[in-house]
Design a binder for this molecule. Sequence first.
Ligand code: AP5
Ligand code: MG
Ligand code: ZN
Length: 217
Amino acid sequence: MTDRRVVILLGPPGAGKGTQAVRLSEGLGLPHVSTGDLFRENLSKSTELGLRAKGFMESGKLVPDELVLEMLFDRVSKPDCAEGYLLDGFPRTIPQAEALDARLVGEKTVALLLEVDDSLIVGRAAGRLLCKSCGNIQHLEFSPPAKEGVCDQCGGELHRRKDDEPDVVRERLVVYHEQTAPLVGFYENKGLLRRVKGDQSPDAVYADLLKNLEGAV
Ligand code: AP5
Ligand code: MG
Ligand code: ZN
């Protein structure tokens, strides 16, 4: 065992992983590592990795494991991850989970599953608004900006994600059930899984996450 902590946030698209990861990252003092954010950053800078990931992301498919693993392991090797890290959107396939597992050397690990029914997912994604400047996540209906199109946090410009179109979200959901949902059993078998109801208010979800982290990491 080391003192290093690895917290994994699991859950379908739109479950609230990003929303909760921002709070947890601050609360736990761990860097927030989101593979989706890393790919979007690469895409906005038109890096080779970003361009290779683009087609997969825009059609709601998963980016191939090799690309994800190289990028992720590079990120968690940075000095700010020395005490541990909070994973959002990774792992997403059994091979990714096995690769992570093979790399861990006795870290205190927990997988928190945000459970949200499929029927809520398309609406959550369709209304999502993201800040171009600070990455703040809002929602047209559930956390509406005080001024239309303007981030409550920094005054930056809010925009929509390209993969939040209903057809793409439905495809992401199919992909989730086929390729990512098996990770629930994977972490359950290791005794590392904690389930949290994701269909409550963001404050209530956060409180439940903290409760489930007690004694786990
Ligand atoms: P990624 O960016 O990880 O997307 P995702 O997993 O589909 O999840 P989302 O970011 O859509 O949802 P979220 O759970 O973060 O919800 P949020 O907090 O924003 O991945 C995008 C793509 O990148 C993938 O499709 C794939 O192509 C690629 N990729 C990334 N990682 C990969 C990997 N490991 N392997 C392969 N490919 C990978 O909340 C959603 C909305 O709901 C917001 O508007 C928010 O305000 C609202 N909301 C949040 N909580 C609540 C609440 N409690 N009540 C009401 N509304 C709420
Ligand atoms: Mg997210
Ligand atoms: Zn902002």
